[in-house]
Design a protein around this ligand. Structure first.
Ligand code: FAD
Ligand code: DLZ
Ligand code: SF4
Length: 510
């Protein structure tokens, strides 16, 4: 046999580089559901169902077109519970000339992969993941010699590189690179939000649901109402659903949150893009086509494209540029444990309860819930970055270390010194009130900063500002905030700080 081709659970596309020169007559594919991948974090049960079912459907599709696929279904009694052990067995059985694999998305597995050739006594060809616009080395070259790495400038490079939303004479469409300032409307129930694309689970998916419930009873979240796409065709359906019903409003309500709607006008495409069911560039191209066809406004399409060719590529670049030291960063010196209500949703803070409860039910929360509610609270409360990072890695169907870590440790926790934002995204309850209707349903009073019923975000916000004066006092983007704080009467500041101290001493009870 010539090549043994390993396809990982988040590489489910025939476009993957490991298959580039593959030949079904000479090569064999191996795919495996293994304990080590399924339990390196407390993966949401919907994520396990999504990946195992999508892997099984993909393997079946490969077999339909003539491939031999050596596929291991998950069972706790399987003797080989790591990808390396499965490879070891298949190498012994097939004696391939070499193993071929596309580079993976996590440092943890990457380190293991680097030792495979020696330990398995077989050459291993690790290929670049060409699903990304910027390779690791391209990003490193862009970053080299720059004093500051800013997403906005990297994004412009990616716009030029792809030609997306660029005019024939090389200018950004609409004479502006970024329409973020237009994308901050509160949503008051109209226009109606479409809800996500839903697929009724087929027999194979139902089988996976039963296995996940049987073998992963302690994992976070529920498999109830599983409706994710698990095939390329259905993921394409999800993309079209988004383009038809949500994209036109994506920009306007990008930062909005609602007590009634879990998904608003977000695409809910990250679970598919990240595991290979959708191609990121093709997704962007179809959105841009909608703009050119007059079906979606520029602020929506530009905002959407920026998230994918800008933020998504940028965070991956930061990850590989700085790992493994990146995961250890804790520049604000946080030491607090993650409150237990992150796992249960059992808190009186209504915004937190709703964001965590949606996460538990759906394996999904949209960006503003992740950033400005659960993330913001962890930042203000001074939670240890490693603990909050592990939570985000566990609870979302789209979570992989390369994208979760920079978003959490960098964007939310500002623990890396500021690669993902020149100032922390810290906010008081006022922001949450402005962008949502959560506060109307809350036992806390968003207008108060101290006293028993005062919104915890308010005192924690000022406590954060005050305790980090050394880090942020000279940041010109925070000058106004410090001036506002310093202008407040001493008694008021003392009362707020005392309330903050009190809250920090009993986070679990909020
Ligand atoms: P939309 O709002 O519809 O955006 C469109 C697409 O843009 C997404 O599908 C995604 O591919 C991309 N995108 C948007 N924002 C980002 C971003 N900041 N970084 C990378 N890609 C982005 N995204 C993940 O894919 N996996 C994660 O593990 C993850 N963890 C996060 C943790 C925190 C603390 C925060 C603040 C954000 C995280 N994000 C993560 C980014 C973002 O929240 C999700 O990509 C988005 O909510 C997915 O939902 P959607 O597909 O409806 O996105
Ligand atoms: C996330 C995940 C899970 C839950 N299970 C598997 C698995 O059983 N087999 C597999 O090949 N991949 C799985 N994955 C995806 C891998 O963890 C992913 O490839 C690495 O984390 C690198 O991104
Ligand atoms: Fe959240 Fe505070 Fe509003 Fe309650 S009052 S929903 S805790 S921001």
């Amino acid at each position: 046999m010539r090549h043994l081709i390993l396809i990982l659970g988040d590489q489910l596309t025939t476009g993957i580089s490991a298959l580039a020169d593959a030949d079904p007559a000479q090569d064999r594919i191996v795919m495996a559901e293994v304990h080590n991948e399924a339990s390196y974090t407390n993966h949401h049960r919907k994520k396990l169902v999504l990946l195992f079912s999508a892997m099984r459907h993909f393997a079946a599709a490969l077999e339909d077109v003539g491939w031999t696929v050596d596929y291991q279904r998950y069972h706790p009694d399987n003797p080989n519970q790591s990808l390396e052990a499965v490879l070891d067995r298949t190498i012994r059985e097939n004696a391939p000339e070499r193993v071929v694999v596309t580079e993976c998305g996590e440092w943890r597995l990457h380190e293991q992969m680097m030792g495979w050739a020696d330990r398995l006594n077989c050459p291993v060809d690790i290929r670049e993941d060409t699903r990304f616009l910027a390779s690791k080395s391209e990003f490193a070259a862009w970053a080299k010699d720059r004093k500051q790495l800013r997403m906005e400038f990297f994004y412009r490079e990616m716009r030029r590189k792809t030609g997306l939303l660029m005019t024939d004479d090389g200018q950004p469409e609409g004479d502006q690179w970024n329409f973020d300032a237009d994308n901050r409307r509160k949503w008051k129930g109209a226009p109606p939000a479409p809800g996500p694309f839903r697929v009724t689970p087929d027999a194979l998916t139902r089988d996976v649901i039963d296995s996940v419930n049987e073998f992963f009873p302690d994992h976070f979240g529920t498999t109830d109402d599983f409706h994710f796409a698990v095939t390329h065709q259905d993921a394409q359906g999800a993309l079209e659903h988004f383009l038809d019903f949500a994209l036109p409003c994506f920009g306007d309500y990008q930062d909005a949150m609602s007590d009634d709607e879990d998904w608003l006008f977000h695409s809910v495409l990250s679970p598919y893009i990240n595991c290979g069911l959708l191609d990121p560039l093709a997704v962007c191209q179809t959105a841009v086509d909608r703009y050119h066809d007059g079906m979606a406004p520029l602020n929506a399409v530009e905002g959407f494209v920026r998230q994918i060719i800008g933020w998504r590529e940028f965070v991956r670049g930061i990850y590989w540029l700085h790992m493994p030291a990146y995961a250890e960063e804790n520049r604000l010196g946080n030491t607090r444990a993650l409150p237990w209500f992150y796992w249960t949703g059992d808190t009186d803070m209504h915004c937190m309860h709703r964001a965590i409860d949606a996460t538990r039910r759906n394996g999904y929360a949209h960006h503003i819930q992740r950033l400005m509610v659960t993330g913001n609270f962890a930042l203000l409360a001074g939670v240890t970055p490693a603990e909050i990072c592990d939570w985000y890695l566990a609870v979302y169907a789209d979570a992989y270390d390369w994208v979760e870590l920079p978003n959490t440790l960098g964007m939310v926790m500002h623990a890396d010194g500021g690669y993902l934002g020149s100032k922390p995204y810290a906010a008081s309850g006022k922001y949450i009130q402005r962008m949502s209707d959560y506060c109307k349903h809350c036992r806390y009073d968003v207008k108060q900063s101290f006293g028993e019923n005062a919104c915890p975000f308010n005192a924690l916000y000022w406590h954060f500002v005050d305790r980090h004066r050394d880090q942020f006092g000279s940041n010109h983007r925070m000058g106004m905030i410090y001036r506002n704080w310093d202008r407040q009467p001493t008694e008021r500041r003392d009362a707020i700080i005392a309330r903050g101290e009190h809250l920090l001493s009993q986070l679990e009870t909020l």
